[in-house]
Design a protein. Structure first.
Length: 289
């Protein structure tokens, strides 16, 4: 039976592939070295290694140990590889919502659980990690074509649980850029919006979060997609981009799209107000409500 990719299995496969590439070994040559002096039943095939590197198949502990030996991986890095292997199949709390969200959203939550930093760009609504429950419930409820009314509460629960990551050890920070239109669009009524704006001020005081507002005066925004760029603690992991739209969610790990979205974020940040001035603008808009 095929196994679903998890973020951790994909990260493990990517790290193994990069280590193999650094050693200038093909998959076939690595397998040959791993299988030296091993009985047939304990060997690994090149096809299976390929599936491991793609994040589709799991790798046995003894096979990972042999990879570590053949590639002469250092002790610290070897420990991190083994931790990813062990955690690849651990059930996550988000799996209890698998009946109401797409696989991409499940992966978004899993990515957020392991990421050390995040950078977000939003031009329609407040970033999900920064929404109040009332604001979130309004947005989810407005998506009646995609979300059954009976699932609105559960979807809001999921979003609120994701936000706990902001205060957890190991999370280093969120840098959020949003357009001025985001904070001026009244979602859920004036009271709900006022509480949301107040939360944007308070969250920067409670957690490692910075918010930058891209003002109308900056002109045309550099991009139209809403997205989050996640970075992991290990340098071999690279970065992952989650892109959200009305009809689809996409995850990019390849260098070219990651570079493109990084450029958009950097351009938006360069045009946005500094953090202090952004807070002042949020307060101004809140007072106008």
């Amino acid at each position: 039976m095929a196994q679903r990719k998890t973020v951790r299995s994909r990260r493990l496969g990517k790290q193994i592939r990069r280590l193999r590439d650094d050693a200038q070994l093909t998959q076939e040559k690595l397998v040959e070295l791993m299988n030296t002096d091993q009985p047939r039943q304990r060997r690994i095939s090149a096809a299976h290694l390929s599936r491991v590197e793609s994040g589709i198949a799991r790798i046995a502990s003894e096979h990972l140990d042999r990879i570590i030996t053949v590639l002469d991986v250092g002790a610290e890095q070897a420990q991190k590889l083994d931790e990813l292997r062990r955690r690849a199949d651990e059930p996550g709390w988000w799996q209890e919502y698998s009946d109401i969200v797409t696989e991409a959203v499940e992966m978004l939550v899993e990515i957020g659980e392991d990421a050390a930093t995040a950078r977000s760009y939003d031009n329609v609504y407040v970033q999900g990690l920064l929404q109040t429950r009332a604001y979130a419930e309004t947005l989810i409820g407005n998506g009646r074509a995609f979300v059954s009314p009976i699932n609105v509460d559960r979807m809001a629960d999921l979003r609120m649980r994701r936000q706990q990551r902001l205060g957890e050890q190991g999370f280093q920070g969120l840098a959020a850029v949003m357009t001025e239109g985001v904070i001026r669009t009244i979602v859920g009524g004036r009271d709900v919006m006022r509480d949301q704006l107040r939360h944007l001020i308070e969250v920067t005081q409670q957690h490692p979060v910075t918010i930058h507002i891209l003002p109308f005066s900056a002109g045309a925004p550099p991009g139209t997609d809403n997205f989050v760029i996640f970075e992991f603690p290990h340098e071999l992991d690279g970065e992952v981009v989650y892109v959200d739209s009305d009809t689809a969610q996409r995850i990019y790990e390849e260098r070219i799209p990651v570079r493109q979205y990084t450029y958009i974020f950097d351009a938006a940040l360069a045009q946005a107000l500094p953090a202090r001035e952004s807070q002042d603008l949020i307060r101004t808009v809140m007072e106008e409500l």
